[in-house]
Write a protein that binds this ligand. Sequence first.
Ligand SMILES: NC(=O)c1ccc[n+]([C@@H]2O[C@H](COP(=O)([O-])OP(=O)(O)OC[C@H]3O[C@@H](n4cnc5c(N)ncnc54)[C@H](OP(=O)(O)O)[C@@H]3O)[C@@H](O)[C@H]2O)c1
Length: 307
Amino acid sequence: MHTDPSRRRFIAAAGLAPLLLYGGRWAEALGRTPNTKPIPASGEALAIIGMGTSETLDVALDDPALPELGDVLRQFFADGGQLIDSSPMYGNAESVVGALLPKVDTKTRPIIATKVWTDGREAGIEQMRTSLARLGVERIDLMQIHNLRDWRTHLPTLREWKREGRIRYLGITTSHGRDHAALAEIMRGETLDFVQFSYSIADRRAETELLPIAADKGIATLVNRPFERGELFRRTRGLALPDWAADIQCASWGQVFLKYVVSHPAVTCTIPATSKLTHMVDNMQAGFGPLPDAELRTRMESWFAAL
Ligand SMILES: NC(=O)c1ccc[n+]([C@@H]2O[C@H](COP(=O)([O-])OP(=O)(O)OC[C@H]3O[C@@H](n4cnc5c(N)ncnc54)[C@H](OP(=O)(O)O)[C@@H]3O)[C@@H](O)[C@H]2O)c1
C-alpha cells in the first residue's frame, strides 16, 4: 500500500499514525457510516457533506499543489464523500477534477455536479460539452444553471439532456442571498431536482422562502458558502468551543458550522471548499454522528448572535 509522503507527515503530526495501516480509509477503519439524506426526486441516498471547487481547485495541471489536491480528494472519498460541485466559472477547476478523479480510489460513487454559465442555447450546449470533456465523464450527474443566467433558455435543453440520459438531475443556483424572490418563483413554477444557494449560521435568509418551498415541493438543496468563504473562522478565532459542541460530537468550529447547516430538515447536502488536507479531514467529520435537534439549533443561533 502506498501513502503519499505529505499525507504521511500530516497523519504522523496529527498523532494518527496507526490509521496509516488503513490507507486513509479512516471512516471504514473506525467502523463508522457517514450520514446521508435522500434526493427527493429519486430516493437516492446522498452523503450530507459534499465538496466545492471554487478557487480551491483552480490551478494549472502542472501546478506543484496538484499532489496535495489529490490527497484532499482522496480524503473526501475515504470519508464517504460523494458530491463535487464545479462550474466553468471556476477557471481550471473542472479540468483538475477530471485529472485527479482517475487517480483516486472512490469508495462511494462520485456524484459530479457542474453548471452552465453563459447566454444562448447553442453557447450553453457547447459549454456543457466542454464540461463533459474537461471532467472526463460521459454523463454529468447534476447540471445546474449558474446564478439563474439565461435560465429560460437553458432549462428546456437540460430537460432534453436528462431525457437522453446525458444528465441525471437538473437544478439552478444562486449565492450570497441574491435573487431569492426570482428563484422562489422558479421553484414554485418549474419541476427541479436540485436548487443551490447560500445558507450558514450567520446568513439564514434561505429559511424565509427557499428552504420551505424546497421541502414542500420535494427539491433537493445544496448549500454553498457554509463558512461564508472562511469569514466564520475569523469571527471565532481563539474562542473555545461551547459545551454543547461535544453533545453533537463536534471537535472544531468547522464541524459546528457544517452540522448547523445540514441539520436544517430541508437541507440535503452542503459543499464546503478547501485546498488543504487538514481542513478536509476536519470537515468530513461533520458527516458523522448526531446532528443538532431543533432545540440545540436555537441555542446555537443565540450563541452565535451574541458573538
Ligand atoms: N452561485 C453559485 O453557484 C455558487 C456561489 C458560491 C459558491 N458556490 C459553490 O459552493 C462552494 C463553497 O463555497 P465557497 O468556496 O465560496 O465558501 P466556503 O466553503 O464557505 O469557504 C471556503 C473557505 O473556507 C476555508 N476552509 C475550508 N475548510 C476549513 C476549515 N476546516 N478550517 C478553516 N478554514 C477552512 C477554505 O480555505 P482553505 O483552502 O485554506 O481550507 C476557503 O477559503 C464553492 O466552492 C462552489 O463550489 C456556488
